[in-house]
Design a binder for this molecule. Sequence first.
Ligand code: AHR
Length: 654
Amino acid sequence: MNRVITVVLFCFLVTSALAQKPYQVVVKANQPTATVQPTMWGIFFEDINFGADGGIYAELVKNRSFEFTKPLMGWKEQKKSNATGNVLIINNGELKNTNPRVARVTINGDDHFGLQNEGFRGMGIKKDLQYHFSIWARPVKGNVTVRAELIDATGKSIGTASVTPAGDQWKKYEVSFAATATEAKAKLNVWFEGKGIIDTDMISLFPGDTWKQRPNGLRADLVQLLYDMKPGFLRFPGGCIVEGYELGNRYQWKKTIGKVEDRELIINRWNTEFAHRLTPDYFQSYGLGFLEYFQLAEDIGAEPLPILNCGMACQFNSAEVVPLDQLDPYLQDALDLIEFANGSAETKWGKLRTELGHPTPFNLKLLGVGNEQWGPQYVERYKVFAKAIKEKYPSVKIVTSVGPSPDGDLFNYLNPTFRSMNVDILDEHYYQKPEWFLKNANRYDNYDRKGPKIFAGEYAAQSISTVNPENRNTWQCALAEAAFMTGLERNADVVQMASYAPLFAHTEAWQWTPDLIWFDNLRSYGTPNYYVQKLFSINKGSKVLPLLHDNAVVEGNDGLYASAVSDDKEHAIIVKIVNSKNTNQQVEIALEGIAKISSSATMTVLKSENLESVNSLDDPKHVSPVEQRVELKGKKLNCLLSAESFTIIKISTR
Ligand code: AHR
């Protein structure tokens, strides 16, 4: 990828000959106003837009267990010459209520009969990489060999290997093979060779390069993008997916752990959510389940933040509630989850975690009760949860929803109600226009310092309007978010966590836009919004410092938005400034209350020549940070901020 890096933002000495009078700001290095929590900037994960199955969960076979509503969705019968095999779907529901279906394949000899899997909009295959094929099988009659074969978009074979099931019991058979070519739209043929009858289930193909090479693992490029953000927390598994369209398809964490072949698949609620983006092949296999989410959080150094259903289905959909006297199973799920995460091997659920391969507790400190709920029905249910959780686990902090919007009737009822109950953390959501983000950069300046902490749990600037399929991850949106985030940082005594939403989207299978990270079967990229999130997170610092112009905070004056932190570990002062104006601006930063600073600083600039700019699979770093060294004069730095830019200045105080 060729890229011409033009640094148009530059700094020069105060004594420079340039004429424009700089906008003066002062950073008071010896007057910290708040501690920045390690959790400050985090990740919101939801299985939307093929985020899990077809996305970060590296399984390449769609409908591997024939449990989609249409059992052969994603599969196609394949016949070579005159083969006369057939497939019969058998439902063992009376014996087994999770994964009850199997595919019975009968082949009559002479030639080959098979099933072809189309993957999740194809399969992304890499030349020379090992692929791990597995199948559960039980020979019923005769001798049948199963041959896996990857084919490219033209039908050419790009890798193959066989297993020969034996005996008359169910068993998992595995074989690995290398792909001979790279292909974004590969398919998997599963040939049945010989003569006989064989029962099959859980036909699976994983790449050999999953994150940390874990079996049943995650797509490494996508996890890497998360890891690079150094996130403070990982919220999972959503989002509305927690609630379900109706209670019957709510997220139940206990069904997502244990043997993968025994996890009960259900429809993904985003399958049918938007008439304009129907996704009939969207289901939840739960191959990525709660143990894997906890593991992911641990791998990327983030605090786990699970959100649980509180007895309410999505209020945008069926809005069903569980009667208060029937809440027990929901409540028990919450208490058991804490034990699963934190309990010793002597406890029931801690023992299970240990048996599943993770003896060390996950040290869960945060738990969400309900996703985006509202109304007195939520408050009633929340109270039951809070009482039980606090009685047993007083140190666990509960995240509480204040509804889907940052204002309006729903918010105005829940906000004072929960404040009067002195809850731990309020989860605010804002899917708003870029202008809203600019206007609300001061939202938290006057929040009650003694009240609940704030989790800006879901936010994203919408280039057109919420859930509009034309929304794009433009530079304008990212810039407005950056401006708003200076306000979050400045108020880090109140705002202790924040995450952009949604996180992932498959370019061919999304339901909701904008999203932080986009991918296809082989490639992925961070949007301009991703770089904003990442820059805040990797520069989060430890203490908030006052950054003032004429003794006032900088939150829109002259189109500038700014905040500052000190970093105790790295011994640095970090200033973040957004210039939202369409003209360059000179700014003079004076550092006060500090004995020693370096004579040069690092300046990282995120900008674009056009507010409509976006990144893409073909131009993934079109809007991405550019770094340079700049010189200070004494304790002052004079900068020319480019029009419509976001700048981070890091000055060493060693
Ligand atoms: O992020 C997409 C959806 O937006 C989430 O599932 C929900 O919580 C919010 O309405």
